[in-house]
Design a protein around this ligand. Structure first.
Ligand code: AMP
Ligand code: ZN
Length: 503
């Protein structure tokens, strides 16, 4: 195929509120830092939207040929229940409530987080823990303390008036307007924040360290400045997080970065923020008992990748409303795609090719890059790859990309092997695991289903026999009995499913 014109990657930079062309700090590389979870509890599916977004960004950078270095930190100390520096440490609070040690809680929920990343087919980034960087945080604070900080009884505070243009990322910071609560007595400015929190006299914390300002723990904002610089350098390419971080956490990181580097540079060239997943039923709150986490979706019979698809259907900068109906629609869409890919594989095998193996053109260890697929695809479908590239390169327009993938799967008079190649290349960006996913994988038994699959299949066979025998009364009777057990019989379903559990 002829060399196509290079389409630049444009990303929305929250700092400038415009789309900017991505130009890496280090030639051929992309260094991305994503604010990670506070591991005091399970992540809710809103949190996971932030990581699906960051992964889609990472996959896009790889697709465009950059060598990706992606870090998602693990906050296992220092995040307070309240952004105003007055609440309790989330980890310590959970430890006191549950009776387990803060360290055990961190380990447990980090493992759970990593399992959720895997279930959402999020590629494995580096996961440094905040507690592993406390020494570096103290060194960082020592460097900036003299010029930018002041000490109060409760800790060391950063004076935001000592750096140029504090809050330029949030664009809304005024003493009155921001909804901050000035609960710490003695703060010079409402927006000042803790760099180090001293353990109150007479108390001990499970997680505490010695410092020049007394025994205590680092302030939450410090870890991301320190870890991003240590792992990705200063400045690096892209910093991501949820939209809430645009208002306080990231402006504070930027202030620390400016102070530490004695420069006006924010630390990252591009700051990107995903909008929120919202749930009107209030089930996103971690204090609401049975809150919306990935396992709950699985318990209700939804494959985790249906949730990934649901996220990709919306632009990452738009609010997305969660509903079970939307999730069900996403699952149906995913089933249809998986079925088309399965059929393509069968047709490819029928055409006399050897059985699917690692020698097949679309199967490879490394994921596809744009350049590779442009080299391997024939003229007839090159155009659709180019349109796909254009969509993902325009601030990650994943919803258009999904439509293009479906269009590619529907193309007429194109060899199955070529279509599979296109699907593999597009899925390298979308991450739906389409080349491996089967319809059977997507049929998940809801946790409270009473009937086993074997029983359903046996009833189903009996019903088929009854229909063959033209005993329609019996066939209806079996259908009604199955329905009473939550099994919906789907005669002539276009997806080729005979039944589904509708509990
Ligand atoms: P946290 O563990 O609270 O620090 O949150 C982890 C990540 O999830 C951060 O990037 C948050 O900005 C993001 N986040 C929190 N709630 C939501 C939500 N409802 N929708 C999307 N992202 C969220
Ligand atoms: Zn952070």
């Amino acid at each position: 195929m002829a060399e196509t014109e290079h389409i630049p990657l444009k990303l929305h930079n929250s700092l400038t509120r415009t789309q900017e062309v991505f130009e890496p700090v280090y030639l051929g590389e992309a260094r991305v830092y994503t604010c990670g979870p506070t591991v005091y509890n399970y992540q809710h599916i809103g949190n996971m939207r932030a990581y699906v977004f960051a992964d889609t960004l990472g996959r896009t950078l790889s697709f465009k040929g950059y060598k990706l270095n992606h870090v998602i930190n693990i906050t296992d100390v220092g995040h307070l229940t309240d952004d105003a520096d007055a609440g309790e440490d989330k980890m310590e609070k959970m430890a006191a409530k549950s009776g387990a040690s803060a360290w055990d809680i961190a380990r447990r929920y980090q493992e759970d987080f990593e399992a959720d990343l895997a279930r959402l087919n999020i590629r494995k980034p580096a996961h440094p823990k905040a507690t592993e960087y406390v020494e570096s945080m103290i060194a960082w604070a020592e460097k900036i303390a003299g010029k930018h900080c002041y000490e109060l009884e409760s800790g060391l505070y950063f004076d935001v008036s000592t750096v140029a243009d504090y809050g330029r990322l949030a664009r809304a910071v005024t003493d009155e307007g921001e909804g901050r609560i000035d609960t710490v007595e003695g703060k010079r400015n409402v927006a000042d924040f803790a760099i180090w929190r001293k353990t109150p006299a007479g108390e001990t914390r499970q997680m505490e360290w010695d410092s020049p300002w007394g025994r205590g723990a680092p302030g939450w904002h410090l870890e991301c400045s320190v870890m991003s610089e240590a792992l990705l350098g200063f400045p690096f390419d892209i910093h991501t997080g949820g939209i809430d971080h645009r208002e306080i956490h990231h402006p504070n990181e930027i202030a620390q970065n400016q102070a530490h580097a004695c420069s006006d540079h924010s630390g990252a060239k591009i700051w990107m923020h995903n909008n929120f997943l919202i749930d009107r039923a209030g089930k996103m709150s971690k204090s609401s008992g049975d809150f919306l986490r990935l396992q709950l979706l699985v318990d209700r019979g939804f494959h985790p990748l249906a949730y990934r698809l649901m996220c990709l259907q919306a632009h990452y900068r738009s609010e997305l409303e969660f509903s079970w109906d939307n999730l069900a629609a996403a699952l149906t869409r995913l089933k249809r795609m998986a079925m088309q890919v399965e059929n393509l594989k069968t047709r490819h095998a029928e055409l006399g090719s050897a059985s699917i193996s690692n020698l097949e053109p679309w199967v490879q260890e490394e994921e596809w890059t744009l350049k590779q697929v442009q080299g391997d695809v024939d003229m007839k479908i090159a155009g659709i790859i180019e349109t796909f590239d254009e969509a993902i390169s325009t601030d990650l327009n994943s919803s258009v990309c999904l439509t293009l993938l479906e269009e590619a799967l529907r193309l007429k008079k194109v060899a199955p092997s070529q279509k599979l190649l296109v699907a593999a290349a597009m899925d390298a960006v979308l991450g739906l695991d389409l080349l491996n996913l089967t319809r059977t994988d997507l049929r998940i038994r809801p946790k409270n289903a009473q009937i086993s699959e074997d029983e359903i299949e046996a009833q189903f066979a009996a019903r088929k026999q009854a229909r063959t025998d033209k005993d329609f009364a019996k066939s209806d009777e079996i259908r009604d009995a199955l329905a009473a057990q939550g099994v919906e019989v789907m005669d002539g379903d276009p997806l080729g499913w005979d039944w589904k559990l509708s509990i």
